[in-house]
Design a protein around this ligand. Structure first.
Ligand code: NIG
Ligand code: FE
Length: 388
């Protein structure tokens, strides 16, 4: 078994509050050892166990790999014209999802796979080592299963989002489409996916329809998560807590009951600042969520409509500047928070036993993600101890 010592780390973010000064568990001037894809030891270099090789990071900061708990990377085409129209003042309604559905249905498997792999490459070069990937631009049984199969070539965190919007052939018959999703799509999707999701919002599915879809998914062995309260306030967050969803995502419009429910639950509030940026919408009140004791994650929401970014660093900078998270809270939300939103304990931290997923930065401190916005600070990314 070969062991590698990563040495001369100026600042190590462990996300282990027991080991360091705050929630980030920051250690200075340390080293760690990677064996068989896992971190096997963390400490001062002079007490390191014998190793077969050594990587000198030359005083840089090292952070856990980013955990992106919300993305839609299986689709064809783009919607740059829709974005330009929004920047001229048009509102985002989610209606453009149907344009991407048409493009996705018309695309060949190899075109969809190539676009997916391109986005996975972008995730990796920007430090994302774990990502969730949703279907939701197929909206027929066959097209949804095709999207799930493509997503499963890049990640284990595959989410069935057949209830993204009502496809044109079911226009005026939302209940009929919900029935198709719950009785026909869900059982087959459960052979490939791990999660079930629904867009519970104005113009998509109401709370009762969403409950039907999520409950069918749970009965088929899928774990629930939900798009909640992006466009308007509904009881979607309360439904998330009722069904013990791992995460309620967006959380842009919340009332006091929603915040209290999240704070007293195991449901993470996943915030997607790229979506507010790209739709020129108000940002969620992250400070109220944190003050109440809710667990907050940040994710990219990468999709061709509301947030066409694969950059977690950009989302961190937005979270700091526009949602008033501290740089430490934002980094935690993009690593440990994302892991909690996927109910993973093996990623999102760098302690003995963690998966060796980490980023070496071309910066002395994680604060630089917000301090130097738009600059690529990822010098190297390792996944299970292997350099990507
Ligand atoms: O999370 N809100 C629903 N789904 C996506 C947007 C999809 C799209 O506009 O294509 C989201 O923002
Ligand atoms: Fe989304």
């Amino acid at each position: 078994m070969s062991a590698t010592l990563f040495d001369n780390i100026g600042q190590l973010v462990t996300n282990d509050p027991a080991g360091g000064s705050d929630a980030l568990g920051i250690l200075s001037s340390v080293a760690f050892v990677v064996e068989s894809g896992r971190v096997s030891w963390v400490g001062s270099a002079k007490s390191a166990p014998p190793c077969d090789s050594r990587v000198d990071v030359e005083g840089a900061a090292v952070i856990p790999g980013f955990v992106d708990s919300h993305s839609h990377p299986v689709f064809a085409g783009d919607r740059s014209e829709e974005f330009a129209a929004r920047m001229r003042g048009e509102a985002y309604t989610g209606g453009g999802i149907r344009d991407t559905v048409a493009r996705t249905r018309a695309a060949s498997e190899s075109q969809l796979q190539a676009n997916f792999q391109r986005l996975v490459g972008e995730f990796h070069t920007q430090g994302i080592t774990t990502f969730e990937a949703k279907s939701g631009y197929g909206l027929t049984t066959e097209d949804e299963l095709r999207s799930l199969a493509i997503a499963s070539t890049g990640t284990d965190e595959v989410t069935f989002l057949g209830a993204h919007v009502v496809p044109p052939e079911f226009s005026g018959n939302t209940d009929g489409y919900v029935e198709l999703v719950a009785s026909q799509m869900v059982p087959q999707a459960a052979q490939i996916a791990k999660w079930v999701d629904v867009f519970c919002d104005r113009g998509a599915f109401d709370v009762d329809q969403s409950r039907l879809v999520l409950t069918a998914g749970i009965e088929a062995g899928l774990k629930p998560r939900i798009h909640a309260n992006q466009l308007t306030r509904t009881d979607a967050v309360l439904l998330a807590v009722e069904l013990d969803c791992a995460s309620a995502d967006h959380c842009t419009h919340l009332n006091e009951d929603d915040i209290t429910a999240l704070a007293n639950s195991n449901t993470v509030a996943t915030l997607l600042p790229g979506a507010e940026f790209s739709t020129r919408s108000q940002y969620p009140d992250a400070r109220r969520l944190i003050a109440a004791g809710a667990t907050v994650a940040i994710a990219t929401d990468c999709n061709p409509g509301s947030s066409y970014t694969t950059s977690m660093a950009f989302c961190i900078a937005l979270a700091v500047r526009e949602m008033n998270l501290s740089p430490a809270e934002a980094l935690w939300a993009a690593t440990a928070g994302g892991a909690k939103a996927l109910r993973r304990t093996d990623v999102g931290a760098l302690v003995a036993g963690s998966r060796a997923d980490f980023n070496i930065l071309s910066a002395p401190s994680y604060v630089h993600f917000a301090y130097r916005p738009g600059v690529n600070l990822i010098a190297a990314t390792y996944s299970e101890g292997r350099k990507l």
